[in-house]
Ligand binder design. Structure first.
Ligand code: PEP
Ligand code: MN
Length: 364
């Protein structure tokens, strides 16, 4: 269940709630019972009697309770029906306004390349830069990324263009190092169910771009997001990047339906990645437009100043000119569909999650 606290609940009232939940054997995420300074807590209520739930609902700290039967609770739409907005610098995902476009190469290759790409991304209408420094490559013989050097180059590209940067982190031990340079951390498809990485990302204090695992259901994906939320980080953006299919005409099966489906299941923003979703340059524009039409809260596109020379994912990498064309069409489509302009957008906020990032209070 989700317990919504009164924003002005005192420490003593919160403690009373904690003791009541502990006495009922209630469990919060990760087997603990977290009650921090925030205002929404997720609890597995399976073992709690209706009578006890009723008693808990009437404690002074509690505003209201919503029963949630799904495996994920904080990620559930009921936790924040107005929709969560995630801010990365001055870029906002989930505003319902013009969807922000993130663009840049698959990999950071050298300083000149990433700076050139960042400038091209900016002049083509993208508002954020992507680029991998740590690359999860299928073959150990292919380019593995520049590592920490690549992070410094991304920071330089940000300094020059002002574009916030998203880049992948592959292991829990590297979260702090990547967070020191990046504005947003990407958890790649292959790592969607790396739970220690999800928890470390939850403790990082940075917005997280959580890609969908190549064969994950929506429930598995939302449960992965729950790990990050449960660890105290409300700033999660989901990224649809395609699923493993049986047909080799495309690299993956790009699940456009996941976008409206997720909007009915979760309050978290959803970004579409038609580059990995299709694996083919010529399919990126049509699927980018389809994603925007389906209600994507943003796009992430692989773009390189010389796409054929990209050291990874060249086949799916578009040129700056194609990027510009996509951005223009998305803007035109947004207006044609009568979607809200910047001054009409609602004021939904980030989910005020009641977790303390590093400490859990175990029931006695
Ligand atoms: C990437 O963004 O370059 C990447 C490796 O993506 P994914 O994890 O979706 O394959
Ligand atoms: Mn890539």
């Amino acid at each position: 269940m989700l317990i919504f606290l009164h924003t002005n609940a005192t420490a003593a009232e919160r403690a009373e709630l904690r003791h009541a939940l502990a006495a009922e054997g209630a469990r919060g995420p990760l087997g603990a019972l977290p009650i921090g300074a925030g205002d929404v807590i997720g609890v597995d209520a399976a073992a709690i009697s209706e009578l006890a739930k009723n008693r808990i609902a009437h404690l002074p700290a509690v505003n209201h309770i919503i029963p949630i039967k799904t495996a994920y609770k904080l990620a559930h739409i009921a936790a924040n029906p107005a929709g969560t907005r995630v801010k990365v610098g001055n870029v906002v995902f989930g505003s319902r306004g013009m969807p922000p476009v993130i663009a840049g190469p698959c990999s950071v290759e050298n300083e000149e390349q990433i700076i050139e790409a960042a400038k091209a991304a900016k002049t083509s209408g993208a508002v954020m830069l992507r680029g991998g420094a740590f690359k999860p490559r299928t073959s150990p013989y292919t380019f593995q990324g520049l590592g920490p050097q690549g992070l410094r180059m991304l920071a330089r590209a940000r300094e020059i263009t002002g574009l916030p940067v998203v880049t992948e982190v592959m292991e829990p031990g590297m979260v702090d190092a990547v967070a020191a340079f990046a504005d947003m951390l990407q958890i790649g498809a292959r790592n969607m169910q790396n739970y220690s990485l999800l928890i470390a990302a939850g403790h990082s204090g940075k917005p997280i771009l959580l890609k969908r695992g190549p064969s994950s259901t929506l429930d598995e994906w939302l449960s992965a997001a729950e790990y990050i939320l449960a660890a105290g980080n409300p700033n999660v953006v989901l990224c649809e990047r395609g699923l493993r299919g049986f047909d080799n005409h495309t690299r993956n099966i790009f699940d456009v339906t996941a976008i409206p489906a997720l909007h009915s299941l979760t309050h978290l923003p959803i970004v579409a990645d038609p580059s990995h979703g299709t694996g083919k340059r010529s399919f990126v524009a049509p699927m980018a437009l389809a994603s925007a039409a389906a209600g994507a809260d943003g796009l992430i596109l692989e773009m390189h100043p010389r796409p054929d020379e990209a050291m990874s994912d060249a086949d799916q990498t578009i040129s700056p000119e194609t990027l510009r064309d996509i951005v223009q069409k998305i803007h035109a489509m947004h207006i044609a569909l009568g979607r809200p302009t910047e001054d009409e957008i609602s004021d939904a906020a980030t989910l005020p999650i009641a977790q303390e990032p590093l400490s859990y209070v175990f029931p006695e």
